[in-house]
Ligand binder design. Structure first.
Ligand SMILES: Cc1cc2nc3c(=O)[nH]c(=O)nc-3n(C[C@H](O)[C@H](O)[C@H](O)COP(=O)(O)OP(=O)(O)OC[C@H]3O[C@@H](n4cnc5c(N)ncnc54)[C@H](O)[C@@H]3O)c2cc1C
Ligand SMILES: NC(=O)c1ccc[n+]([C@@H]2O[C@H](COP(=O)([O-])OP(=O)(O)OC[C@H]3O[C@@H](n4cnc5c(N)ncnc54)[C@H](O)[C@@H]3O)[C@@H](O)[C@H]2O)c1
Length: 475
């Protein structure tokens, strides 16, 4: 006989999205049941953002040591203990884990059930031996690595984001299929930690980003000894003793690569299986659960948020979605998502950050009725002081100066994009950024200078000179 719980909100999945809804809802007075079948914290904490950025931090430490001689610092031979780098990764995860733990959520007042959730009716979920009847459900079951249909893949062992952070031996030669954010972040991390790395991308790397910015990353990757094949077809994978062979076709030529390890970083699949979506009357597609602008599924009492909806798959988006659901489910407000000011960052060196429209999107929508301004890192004194002048900031505005989008490629691009997110979400004009006082010398001055560049043609024009000369004559 199943135990029956009646509750206000039942959240399925304790990752970035589910935890945000549960924590918010319970602290605002709702009865909340949280169902998680694996580790609390989901992908971001255990197999995504946190371990990848921690590994990159270790890799950057190595790179800084290797290149310190340009500052007159002698380090001697730089040695990497790969297992200790992974210890760092896991200590960061352990440090954050209490915040996402069962104990914390139970202390907040949630009922946490550690089992797989599956709908058996439009208003009932079963998890272990508990039947949960909720006024509202929130599906936040995330996504997993997509495994492409490459012949031979089932005969070799390979990494995905789910197991690569368990590896404690530096790969001799890591072959990565996929040149998106996961592929490139892992490529640089492993290359800097001492592995030989090859990336195979079927189209172009970072296909969702501005090609001008991607060009800067491509140059950096090629300069760093990572071998990159773009427009390459992965035809077959074979094992060869303790090695893996990957046969690709590139520029009409067949190439056999031999590596010690293989990583698949070829996109994501939403976790929609075994959820009983049909029993709950929830429509879904291969790309994810279909939702309206209020994040309601086709069963209006059930919401879906984060990666499982197949939209922009970022932790901050799952968190944003959670806020929309809380307003709808708890406060009965018809809050709708607005994705016009969503930033994203790929943490390569140089970093790539984007918010709002890219130049291509803006041109597709407004034709030539836009303005594009750029400013180089090479013109920034702080970037010079730190001997890291690669990159630029690019801002796209309407002809009247409304900010439509901004992209930054270079050092700390991710830290710099925030001001542009705020500007776009608050519908600011470029003058607001140009008028801002930024401390000297900071990379933040890049934003002010690019905004200033918007005014340069009119500010230093013959017309302005005539007006100034006239006014000065008045005494
Ligand atoms: C390598 C990597 C690096 C990344 N780096 C970044 C980054 O730097 N910045 C960024 O913003 N994003 C990053 N992401 C993306 C980010 O991790 C995801 O967008 C985010 O975790 C999505 O949150 P979510 O709540 O939708 O899903 P998840 O965090 O995946 O949580 C879903 C949870 O649901 C559980 N679950 C699934 N099915 C059931 C079920 N039937 N019953 C019970 N529980 C279930 C799962 O076990 C999981 O814990 C990265 C992803 C990867 C893979
Ligand atoms: N810094 C970040 O915020 C960050 C970092 C990592 C991941 N993520 C999130 O996770 C998602 C997944 O990352 P991802 O890099 O796996 O996916 P992705 O979809 O962004 O990129 C996958 C890449 O693999 C290529 N590809 C697909 N099949 C291939 C094949 N058979 N052979 C060669 N190339 C192939 C695609 O053309 C694409 O360029 C991202 O879109 C993002 O939402 C974010």
């Amino acid at each position: 006989m199943n135990k029956v719980i009646k509750t206000d909100i039942c959240v399925i999945g304790a990752g970035s999205g589910g935890l945000s809804v549960a924590a918010g809802a319970v602290q605002m007075g709702a009865d909340v049941v949280l169902v998680e079948k694996a580790k609390m914290g989901g992908d971001c904490l255990n197999t995504g953002c946190v371990p990848s950025k921690a590994l990159l931090a270790a890799a950057h430490a190595v790179q800084n040591a290797r290149t310190a001689s340009r500052f007159g610092v002698t380090t001697g031979q730089v040695e990497v203990n790969f297992a200790k780098a992974m210890d760092h990764v896991h200590s960061v995860i352990s440090g954050i884990a209490p915040h996402d733990s069962v104990e914390r959520f139970e202390d907040l007042g949630c009922t946490v059930i550690q089992a797989e959730g599956r709908f058996i009716a439009p208003d009932t979920l079963i998890a272990g031996d508990t039947e949960i009847r909720a006024k509202r459900f929130v599906i936040a079951t995330g996504s997993r690595a997509a495994v492409p249909p490459i012949p031979g893949l089932d005969s070799v062992s390979y990494f995905t984001n789910e197991n690569i952070f368990e590896n404690r031996v530096c790969p001799e030669h890591l072959i990565i299929v996929g040149g998106g954010p996961i592929g490139l972040e892992m490529a640089q991390a492993h290359q800097q930690l001492g592995a030989k790395v090859t990336v195979i991308e079927m189209m172009t790397i970072l296909p969702k980003d501005d090609p001008d910015m991607v060009e800067v990353v491509r140059d950096a990757i090629k300069a760093s000894d990572i071998t990159l094949y773009e427009g390459a077809k992965t035809k077959e994978v074979k094992s060869s003793g303790d090695k893996v062979r990957v046969i690709i076709e590139h520029d009409g030529i067949e190439i056999t690569l031999e590596g010690s390890h293989l990583l698949l970083a070829t996109g994501r699949r939403p976790n929609v299986e075994n959820l009983g979506l049909e029993q709950a009357g929830i429509a879904f597609e291969r790309t994810g659960i279909s939702v309206d602008a209020r994040l309601r599924t086709s069963n209006r009492k059930i919401f879906a948020i984060g990666d499982v909806t197949g939209g922009l798959q970022f932790t901050h988006m799952a968190g944003y979605d959670a806020g929309i659901v809380i307003r709808n489910a708890l406060f009965k407000l018809p809050a709708k998502v607005n994705y016009s000011a969503v930033p994203w960052v790929t943490y390569t060196h140089p970093e790539v950050a984007q918010v709002g429209m890219t130049e291509a999107t803006a041109r597709a929508r407004y034709g030539d009725n836009i303005r594009v301004v750029k400013w180089d890192y090479a013109e920034n004194d702080r970037a010079r002081a730190e001997d890291d002048t690669t990159g630029f900031i690019k801002v796209i505005t309407s002809s009247k100066g409304h900010i439509l989008g901004a992209g930054i490629v270079g050092r700390q691009a991710g830290e710099l994009i925030g001001v542009w997110s705020l500007a776009i979400s608050r519908k600011m004009k470029i003058g607001a950024i140009a008028g801002m006082i930024t401390p000297y010398p900071t990379l933040g001055e890049l934003s002010k200078r690019v905004a200033g560049a918007w005014y340069t043609p009119s500010l230093f024009s013959e017309k302005t000179r005539k007006i100034v000369r006239f006014l000065l004559k008045l005494g």
